[in-house]
Ligand binder design. Structure first.
Ligand code: GUN
Ligand code: FE
Length: 423
């Protein structure tokens, strides 16, 4: 049994992609780890529950990071003057190769888990490396962290250095099955199949993972149409595929047989967008990574208009920051540049829409998560903005906007996941 209680404060959550619900001086009810509703006047049936009075603080749903690379946290902010493929070769692959050594992995992953736990993120979809033992170690740490996560042992058997490449598809698939058996007992950290991206995966490996997904129903995560050079490379590697998305779709790895997240989707064609939509694929929009690696600007407004499921990703270390608040404000900024410089028919994202992506939009990948509607998981953050004094009288929505831009995760005073208080 989880504790039942009330939080009292200024409550904000997404009612719809373009609409915030703000309830000042109100109560948020937690029953058995689930939200039972938001009330200005407390109904008598809840009057016996203990109240945690948050004073003048804001209370919002936990933030969702749909795409982050745990092994890259240790080397974040390096090589940010390179483009994607050069950055992978020069910095990222050598950095990930170090996770062959478990003592290194233990130190680096502890720092990652501590930082994620301390911040505003309550749930995340995470890439490990190809190393099975290091990935199991990461997952065990996450399983007891209080966070809810998916983690993938990365699959990659071509176009990478000897020190970071699986011997062949058969070896990679066998190791993936061993990994799944090892992590089966975990409850809060679940496995997700993770082909790194098409350039790193032979056709045999991708089709083997497709078979494994049909067999297990596990979720899948990967990268799609991130940079122009990458897309051109995929065309030469897979001349028979209709497009980049089809390199996953033709083996059943594009959401046909289970939940699927594709990161980036900067250069998707009309056919690819249709395929994503038909299969309910989640897009992880990673604006800071797309800037740092000069990848481009994803048409997030288009995806919202089409009703494609979407959330935000920090994509550390393509992104330099673990903060999903930062991903929100970057998403707004890049959408304004895209509108001004690329396509005036697609208006910029509003603050409410960026907040939606960070909470309810991404939360949908995990189930009823990311809002304070009745029946939703009780993932909540208590935000303190006393470090931002101002003589202005601000609305709660304005205070939230300033927190997102100025304080980011530093505003988080208390954090709850599934009704359990982490701090
Ligand atoms: N594509 C393949 N691997 C990666 C990675 O580690 N980061 C990013 N941003 N894109 C990738
Ligand atoms: Fe990535």
């Amino acid at each position: 049994m989880k504790p039942n209680f009330l939080l009292k404060g200024h409550i904000v959550f997404s009612a719809a992609p373009d609409r915030l619900t703000v309830a000042d001086h109100s109560y948020l009810v937690c029953q058995d780890g689930v939200c039972a509703g938001v009330f200005h006047e407390l109904p008598a049936r809840y009057a016996h529950l203990p109240v945690h009075d948050c004073g003048d603080c804001l209370i919002i749903p936990g933030l969702m990071d749909l795409h982050v690379h745990a092994p890259q946290y240790a080397s974040r902010s390096l090589g940010m003057d390179l483009e994607l493929l050069d950055w992978l070769d020069t910095y990222t692959f050598p950095a990930e190769a170090q996770y062959a050594e478990l003592s290194y992995a233990g130190l680096a992953y502890q720092a990652f888990v501590d930082a994620l736990r301390q911040g505003a993120t309550t749930r995340a979809c995470i890439f490990g490396t190809l190393h099975r033992h290091a990935t199991v170690l990461l997952m065990r740490k996450l399983d007891t962290s209080g966070l809810q996560t998916y983690v993938g042992k990365v699959n990659m058997d071509r176009n990478s250095p000897d020190c970071l490449r699986e011997a062949d598809a058969v070896t990679a698939l066998a190791d993936t099955r061993r990994w799944l058996a090892q992590v089966a007992p975990l409850r809060n950290c679940q496995p997700i199949l993770t082909p790194r991206f098409t350039p790193s995966c032979s056709d045999t490996l991708l089709s083997g993972l497709g078979i494994l997904q049909r067999e297990t129903g596990l979720a899948v995560q990967s990268h799609l149409s991130e940079s122009q050079a990458e897309c051109a490379w995929v065309r030469t590697l897979c001349p028979d595929a209709r497009d980049y998305a089809d390199t996953y779709g033709r083996v059943g790895l594009l959401g046909q047989n289970g939940p699927c997240i594709m990161a980036h989707c900067v250069y998707c064609t009309e056919r690819e967008i249709q395929a994503l939509q038909q299969n309910g694929v989640f897009i992880a929009h990673c604006p800071q990574s797309n800037m740092n690696l000069a990848s481009g600007i994803a048409p997030a407004r288009r995806y919202l208009q089409d009703g494609i499921p979407m959330g935000l990703g920090t994509d550390v270390a393509g992104g330099a920051h673990l903060s999903v608040f930062r991903a929100m404000t970057d998403a707004i900024a890049v959408s304004k540049l895209r509108w001004r410089l690329v396509d005036s028919a697609l208006p910029p994202l509003t603050f409410a829409e960026a907040f939606y992506l960070a909470t309810r939009g991404g939360g949908a990948f995990f189930g009823k998560v990311g809002a304070f509607a009745p029946g939703y998981a009780f993932d909540a953050l208590v935000l303190d903005d006393c470090a931002l004094p101002t003589p202005q009288r601000l609305t709660t929505r304005e205070r939230l906007e300033r927190i997102a831009y100025q304080l980011e995760d530093r505003a988080v005073r208390h954090k709850y996941v599934d009704g359990v208080q982490l701090f």
